[in-house]
Design a protein. Structure first.
Length: 611
């Protein structure tokens, strides 16, 4: 098979075409190899061809007319450039350059158009490519493009089992993956097509590697497996050909591994956007270290553990592999947890049911009570243990239990003496949000700017305390020119936060969807004024609840599924009934689980079978 034909098979333009049709199209293609910084198209040049990006990444910069503003978009493998402009054969004021080594196939538009007359599937593919491009630029498409070529770089043999676990999971999902590896241990596996990168101590030549990857272009996935000890130029070539790179980091030698990653990204800064670290955790190292230059060397990370979770830790600790699978399938699930004081304990029941049905969250955003329950869950804390802890920690002492409205006074006491911080430190210690197994976002409000503030890094306890900081019960938390209070003031259910961070399916949980028509002893049917007015504290809490109900629609709009446990029978201060609230969350989610699974199956039928 010709090299250009093999390259073409890696691109979406060839989907559904017969081998003879792909061969015919390949004869119209000119292969262009770009180094980082090379220009594919300069402003003012006329477009008379379609450019198919087979490998790498391009940056498209458009100058807005009569302004100094520029719009930047990135083109990834499988996308095209020039399709619309070539129809009009006009100059285009766009700069397109390579941000990493790239391979592009240039096809003369006139010859391409002539071929579409006899090949309707080619025209369909072209229209879909142009449509996908427009949706991406207009931010109308939440679908993520799955990486076809995935490279795993191991810093020890201990992490090599991750390759096997990923391949086994892909096989379960009816994929047909194949493997290029430097390890001979795969000889015993007949269900995975594999080729050795090293034979008799001799490494595969670069051209042979490219040819092998191209030959497997019709497969669902190509994995390349090697180690950090590989020759540096081999690692560079691997990163150049891969759509996604997973660098497996064991806690025993993480500093040395990150030095090599840092060197790779210094040589080609844009490579960081396709690199993710995979922290290999164990019972002695439950959380990764804090890396100050993290965003300069990679796009994100995953936390993976092969052992059973330690005491009081749940299955979240072992969900890292499934999150990697989500990434490879182009899926990112988000869970938005709303505020609602004690009623937010229903979130814990929702989480229990999602876990039970194997629905793994890739990211969480929470406001107020949602920030508290979400952060503890994201830390790996077992759900029943969390419920018991809330009951124990938030049971008022006997003096408050004897007082009228004692629950409100107890809450005021917790706020005024800043007791939530030490209470939460028992479980989260000095952990930062970026260390948690599940990426977590806590939402607070800055009274200076009047805008919501989303925390995704920094001290986890501080993120919670800021988000639950109710005005009236506590002073604003003043820090760096900000005055921070409860996030429910402007965004009670932050589904929009998750969409902005790349989630393409969001489940939102509202514990303030319904408002009981009673306040203290005041009811609509009462027609006299002799009822005792509620206390100031009760009024503050009721006002918070009314505000939350009315603010629900602000952030929740982009959610795909909304779960609304009816917890109107519970007072906002009844944390001692956390187990009952969680049970209602469980029941509500169980009743909605078929709807959730059916909705999920629309984005990935294999991953989320709706049975």
């Amino acid at each position: 098979m010709e090299h250009s034909q093999l390259l073409l098979q890696r691109h979406m333009i060839a989907d559904g075409l017969a081998d003879a049709q792909i061969l015919e199209l390949s004869k119209l293609c000119e292969e262009i190899t770009l180094r980082t910084g090379d220009i594919l198209h300069s402003p003012g040049e006329t477009i008379d061809a379609i450019y198919l990006l087979v490998q790498g990444r391009l940056k498209q910069t458009t100058q807005v007319s009569n302004t100094t503003e520029k719009i930047t978009n990135y083109l990834e493998s499988g996308m095209q450039f020039g399709g619309v402009a070539a129809v009009r054969n006009e100059p285009l004021d766009i700069l397109v350059d390579a941000v990493e080594p790239s391979i592009v196939l240039k096809v003369n538009f006139q010859k391409f158009h002539e071929m579409t007359r006899d090949t309707p599937q080619l025209m369909i593919n072209f229209i879909m490519l142009v449509g996908d491009m427009l949706k991406k630029q207009l931010h109308l498409d939440r679908l993520r493009r799955p990486p076809k070529v995935v490279m795993l770089i191991h810093d020890s043999d201990h992490s090599r089992q991750l390759t096997e676990l990923i391949l086994d999971r892909l096989l379960q999902l009816d994929e047909h993956p194949c493997l290029l590896t430097d390890s001979p241990r795969w000889k015993s596996r007949s269900d995975i097509d594999h080729v050795l990168l090293v034979k008799d101590g001799v490494w595969m030549e670069p051209e042979e590697l490219r040819h092998q990857v191209a030959q497997w272009s019709t497969r669902d996935r190509v994995l390349i497996e090697t180690t950090t000890e590989s020759p540096y130029e081999r690692l560079q070539r691997g990163l150049s050909s891969a759509d996604k790179v997973l660098v497996c980091v064991h806690m025993s030698n993480w500093e040395e591994t990150l030095k090599k990653v840092r060197q790779l990204t210094q040589d080609a800064p844009r490579w960081r956007q396709k690199i993710s670290l995979v922290w290999i955790l164990d019972k002695d190292n439950l959380y990764p270290p804090i890396i100050s230059e993290f965003k300069e060397i990679c796009a994100g990370d995953f936390k993976v553990a092969f052992d059973e979770p330690p005491k009081n830790h749940g299955d979240v600790w072992k969900h890292g592999i499934e999150r990697i699978i989500h990434e490879l399938r182009g899926v990112r699930l988000g869970l938005a947890l709303g505020g609602g004081a004690a009623r937010g304990m229903a979130h814990l029941g929702v989480l229990k049911v999602l876990e039970k049905h194997g629905i793994v969250m890739d990211m969480i955003a929470g406001t107020s009570a949602g920030a508290m329950t979400g952060s503890l869950y994201a830390s790996g804390m077992e759900l029943d243990h969390t419920i018991d802890s809330f009951i124990n920690d938030l049971t008022p002492s006997w003096i408050f239990r004897k007082m009228p409205g004692g629950g409100y006074w107890y809450l005021l006491y917790k706020y005024r003496f800043q007791l939530f911080d030490p209470m939460l430190r028992k479980y989260l210690s000095k952990l930062n949000l970026q260390q948690l197994p599940v990426p977590m976002n806590s939402v607070t409000v800055d009274l200076v700017s009047g805008k919501a503030k989303v925390r995704s890094d920094g001290d986890a306890v501080r993120g919670i305390v800021e988000s639950i900081n109710l005005p009236g019960l506590s002073k604003p938390i003043v820090n760096n020119g900000e005055a921070l209070v409860d996030g429910g003031l402007v965004n009670n259910i932050p589904a929009d936060v998750l969409v902005k961070k790349g989630c393409n399916f969001v489940i939102a949980v509202s514990v303030t969807a319904k408002l009981e028509q009673v306040f203290g002893k005041i009811r609509p049917e009462l027609n006299h004024s002799r009822v005792r007015a509620p206390s100031t504290l009760q009024t503050i809490m009721r006002g918070y609840l009314v505000q939350s109900v009315n603010m629900n629609s602000v952030g929740i709009e982009p959610a795909d599924v909304i779960v609304s446990p009816d917890v109107t029978g519970f007072d906002l201060t009844e944390f001692t009934r956390s187990d009952e609230l969680a049970a209602i969350g469980e029941e509500t989610t169980e009743n909605a689980i078929n709807e959730i699974r059916q909705s999920l199956s629309q984005i990935d039928p294999q991953l989320f079978r709706s049975t």
